[in-house]
Design a protein around this ligand. Structure first.
Ligand code: HEM
Length: 482
């Protein structure tokens, strides 16, 4: 047994999982039927209130350790890839569907090689080269909203933002524009829309029925995977064609080209199959997450008029009046500190991944608990975010707390406690791109519109629904021209 995650005094008595407190379970299924999946994060938070920051639970055959202390969570997240891995079930489901493993589900050496390739495609120089493509998509979103607003058409906030992030990420990952913002006939997107929900369903299924019975939905899934795989192979061939040009090879224009260039480095350990797997992965990891973060941000911002006014002031000062994105540059966007603080604050209160799950790769120790190999460790990330010990008036939306000038000494603390992008060697590689997308969407909105409202139809607080990400239910966006 290793003590990979513990720095305990030598005479500390270790506890076993069975000795921990936890919600009483039923025979065989444990606590599985006590949780309603779309509210799993809330159930975990309720259990913390009853059983403390370290407790046990059981979902079917899986024994779980649940932890929520941010320092302990950080230790576990850092102990990868050796001590902990992503749950093996996730990789199995993805592989069974016929999708090549990407960096999110790869492990060990294979993960390390893919991570190097993906990180190279996200290098600051490369992301700079992606800037014009982001501006183009943001302008398309603006035109769409101007049209909808002029027609007084209702705007489903999450759906609008999904179109935006789909166009940004698929443009970068496929190496060519999809434009779901202006057209509804994108074939690949229709197929992707079938694959991602199927993944979520299968990952959470109690029984893998599809191994015995193939329902129409499963046959449709096979067909969709095939279409998307073929399309990705085509995009790779076209990108390879473009990369014949040495100038293009020196300055890749999108994530696909960036990954291919990195894969071609001698000794990279990856080739076209891994690139294809990571095209899928980037779409999956980059669409819902970013759209949902922007939805929550607008929801919170409209409820703090002083913060909204300060955000408008910053956009006016740094970017000036709307000019179709002509004066937008990476340098100017780097100056939008208040907008960035708004993004961090929204992700603190409404992290789109309110928990993260890993599996112990060997017998180990977490805190003072002996954790056998194969145990699932659920890390609840929002608990300390909402604790007044770490964030004064923790439940209120105060972007200022992320600005060094307004809150001396607390920014470092805030960044250690709130981890919306994870931590350690597997921290989100898309975080800077995501922050740029969030700031661009917000800057476009504030330059061109007045944010009149972001609310549910009945005016109640937006419910948090857990699917791939923690989505706000039923928000409508109301704008007027500025
Ligand atoms: C606001 C938006 C986003 C949020 C909140 C977010 C959050 C996260 C989180 C919590 C993880 C797990 C980290 C860990 O286990 O420590 C992760 C991993 C990952 N994210 Fe993001 N993400 C966002 C946007 C993106 C974007 C735009 C991309 C790419 C286009 C992306 C690509 C990935 C990948 C590839 C991984 C897996 C990394 C690995 O396992 O080595 N994410 N993200």
């Amino acid at each position: 047994m290793t003590h990979a995650t513990a720095t305990l005094p030598p005479d500390t008595a270790l506890r076993t999982l069975d000795e921990l407190p936890g919600p009483p379970g039923w025979p065989l299924v444990g606590n599985a039927f006590q949780v309603h999946l779309p509210e799993l994060h809330l159930e975990l938070e309720r259990w913390i209130a009853q059983h403390g920051t370290v407790f046990r639970a059981q979902f079917g055959r899986d024994k779980l350790l649940v932890i929520s202390d941010h320092a302990l969570v950080t230790q576990v997240l850092k102990d990868r890839p050796d001590g902990f891995r992503r749950p093996s079930r996730l990789a199995e489901v993805i592989e069974e569907i016929g999708i090549q493993r990407g960096v999110f589900t790869a492990e060990g050496e294979a993960w390390a090689a893919q991570r190097r390739m993906v990180m190279a495609s996200f290098s600051p120089g490369h992301v700079r080269a992606y800037f014009p493509s982001l501006v183009r998509v943001t302008e398309t979103l603006k035109r769409r909203w101007q049209k909808l607003q002029a027609q007084n058409a209702p705007m489903d906030l999450q759906a609008e933002l999904m179109r935006y992030t789909v166009d940004v990420i698929s443009g970068l990952a496929f190496g060519q524009d999809t434009n779901t913002l202006e057209r509804d006939d994108d074939i690949i997107q229709h197929h992707l829309d079938k694959i991602f929900p199927a993944l979520w369903r299968r990952m959470n299924a109690i029984l893998p029925y599809w191994r015995w019975v193939r329902l129409p939905v499963d046959r449709q899934l096979d067909a969709s995977v095939k279409v998307v795989q073929q399309a990705i192979d085509g995009f790779i061939a076209q990108a390879r064609e473009r990369l014949q040009d040495p100038a293009r090879r020196a300055a890749p224009q999108n994530l696909l080209e960036g990954m291919l260039v990195a894969a071609d480095e001698p000794g990279s350990g990856v080739g076209d199959a891994e690139v294809a797997g990571n095209v899928f992965t980037l779409l999956l990891a980059g669409e819902d997450t970013t759209a949902t973060s922007i939805s929550w941000l607008l929801y919170l911002l409209v409820r703090r008029p002083e913060a909204l006014a300060r955000a408008v002031q910053e956009v006016d000062r740094v970017l000036g009046p709307a000019d179709g994105g002509a004066s937008w540059t990476p340098e100017r966007f780097a100056e939008l500190d208040y907008l960035e603080a708004c993004a961090h604050e929204a992700m603190r209160l409404k992290p789109v991944g309110p928990f993260n799950v890993v599996e112990a790769q060997k017998d180990t120790v977490v805190g003072d608990v002996k954790v056998p190999r194969g145990t699932m460790v659920f890390m609840v990330l929002r608990q300390d975010n909402l604790d007044d010990r770490f964030f004064p008036e923790a439940r209120s939306f105060q972007p200022e707390r992320w600005l060094g000038d307004d809150a001396p000494g607390t920014v470092g603390n805030a960044k250690r406690v709130s981890m919306p992008f994870g931590a350690g060697p597997r921290v989100c590689p898309g975080r800077y791109l995501a922050l740029l997308e969030i700031k661009m969407a917000l800057a476009m909105l504030l330059q061109n519109f007045r944010l009149e409202g972001v609310a549910t139809p009945d005016g109640r607080e937006a419910r948090e629904i857990m699917s791939f990400t923690m989505i706000p239910e039923g928000l409508r966006l109301q704008l007027s021209p500025r």
